[in-house]
Ligand binder design. Sequence first.
Ligand code: GLN
Length: 482
Amino acid sequence: MASIRELHNQLVKKERSAVEVTQAALDRIQAVEPKLHSFLHVTAAQALQQAAQVDAQIAAGEKIGLLTGIPIGVKDNICTKGIPTTCASRILENFVPPYAATVSQKLLDAGAVMVGKTNLDEFAMGGSTETSAFQLTTNPWDISRVPGGSSGGSAAAVAAEECMVSLGSDTGGSIRQPASFCGIVGMKPTYGLVSRYGLVAFASSLDQIGPFARSVEDSAILLGVIAGYDPKDSTSLKVEVPDYTQFLTPSLKGKKVGVIKETFGDGLDPDVEKTVQQAIQQLQALGAEIQEISCPRFRYGIAAYYIIAPSEASANLARYDGVKYGKRVEAAETLMEMYTRTRAEGFGSEVKRRIMIGTYVLSAGYYDAYYLKAQKVRTLIKQDFEAAFAQVDVLVCPTAPTPAFKAGDKSADPLSMYLIDLMTIPVNLAGLPAMSVPCGFSREGLPIGLQIIGNVLREDQIFQVAYAYEQATDWHTRSPQI
Ligand code: GLN
């Protein structure tokens, strides 16, 4: 599979049919899934039917969009009408949404061919896809390692060419970190740019849907399709969506790039440090002006996030009570017993941990000391970014402190798992857009990502910097052997 544009040209010139393209993706899925386990459901029949419709459109001489006939994977916390949406949780094991998320509908309208729903950490809580109640997704570069998380299935599927692009969700890093671990491009848009209607809520003030792709251009094309105002999401921004591909230019002359000082040093893997420093030199060679920037409150991001996100999660997950959705235990004697046993059996331990932390920090007597304080810290982090963006166009830093780790390495120690999101979480707390682009490999051959952060609604700046960097390097052309 090449790029969206190349595939589009082949379809338009009738060199390949959409059915052939879809079948190739389904064959690839069948070949690698026994090792990868990135999909929870493969929607082969629907995909082939959709592809046949695309071929009929082309045969009738209709003009098709860039995404028409392109195979795509969708994270399984995004509602797809008539197709299971489980959030990788037992509690939603048999849930089939009666409606489509706005992004799912937009993909359908654009003629994209969904080949399946991808694995994730349960309710998107985790950084390795290991908290999925159903299966362990592996990293296509080394199957003894995790793909990252929580959108690990979406990232692995694109990296292993099971689909061209995919959608993930990012609450604290869940698109950028797995993109970094799997060697692809992952973007979290500005909070409110993409509708969250039909995204199963984890932490509503942080959640954002975004694209995974193997190139910056593919990412720009997909974002252009899913972004835009939606009256069904009250936090949706009323803004015009530009054609993001117009920002893909090769020069960075005069572009001001800030390097976040606090993200280097202690705890940073030496291969990551070296690779990211080389990437910064490359940006300079392309004409960017590099400047060191201090974000002193950045490091309090994790502490604030692990109060705010669980608080919102504890409220959002109250709806799974055995009455309204999904699983209900049989043979409970009382209503209370039905509630408690349904939730005890339906949720995994990480989800329970978050609900307990959230409930605790929101309770009377603790609210001010924890929740209110965390919100104040959130404001301070935002102020650090505001000061930075008064000086520079974009900020850069590593996406994650290490490359992909071995499965099982961190699952017994939640704190060490939480620390991987050190560099991605502050971005969510401030509602900013950011992208991870491949910037090299560790000595062990594992991909490393460069994070590019933009100011509110300045996706254009991110695309410009990422594209210029990508065109000057060949990291994105390498594929894992699986
Ligand atoms: N790893 C973080 C968490 O566990 C972020 C998850 C996400 O972005 N969905 O909460």
